[in-house]
Ligand binder design. Structure first.
Ligand SMILES: [Cu+2]
Length: 183
């Protein structure tokens, strides 16, 4: 009986400790990167994110890209536009999807072509509610154009895409964003 009470107390302490720390765990599922064609300097990475506690995706990086941003894509007057955002909120327990036509991690200034079947390492940087940062590494397989994505919703596909500098961040326009995305 004594042992039982003791172990109960232990469980309580553990639970309280976890709640106080509020350290989010972000589950990343089905990450993938869109394959590139010759001369293409930028592509998107997509995945599903689910945080155990409120968190925010605030940055990303990859050895294959000189610049990595978090982008939002939306239809503006029948034109697909994408812009960099400061972060993407991940409300506790909700799955947030990064997908073609929506939010994505934009890999720019690519150092090499990305071919289907390869894997790309991406480091995701998250922030908890107290603005403490933590990172998570994912290995995203490269998938060919059109696979797992609605056709025509790609980045800059057929000249449809246009980058808009993020509001109030005038400096974002100059870093090679507009390189040939798809000849
Ligand atoms: Cu983008």
């Amino acid at each position: 009986m004594r042992a039982f009470i003791f172990s109960l107390a232990l469980v309580c302490c553990t639970l309280v400790g976890t709640a106080a720390a509020q350290s989010p765990v972000v589950t990343v599922s089905e990450p993938w990167v869109r394959a590139t064609v010759a001369q293409q300097m930028a592509t998107g990475a997509f995945m599903r994110l689910s945080a155990s506690h409120d968190a925010r995706l605030v940055a990303a990086s990859s050895p294959v890209a000189g610049v990595t941003e978090i982008h939002e894509m939306s239809m503006v007057n029948d034109v697909m536009r994408m812009r960099a955002v400061a972060g993407l909120d991940l409300p506790a327990g909700r799955t947030v999807e990064l997908r073609p036509g929506g939010y994505h991690v934009m890999l720019m200034d690519l150092r090499q072509p990305l071919n289907a079947g390869e894997r790309v390492a991406i480091t995701l940087v998250f922030e908890d509610r107290a603005q403490r940062r933590f990172t998570q590494q994912v290995e995203a397989p490269v998938r060919a154009l059109g696979m797992g994505a609605a056709a025509g919703h790609g980045h800059g596909g057929g000249g449809m895409g246009a980058h808009t500098p993020p509001a109030g961040h005038g400096g974002h326009g100059g870093h090679g964003h507009g390189g040939p995305q798809r000849p």
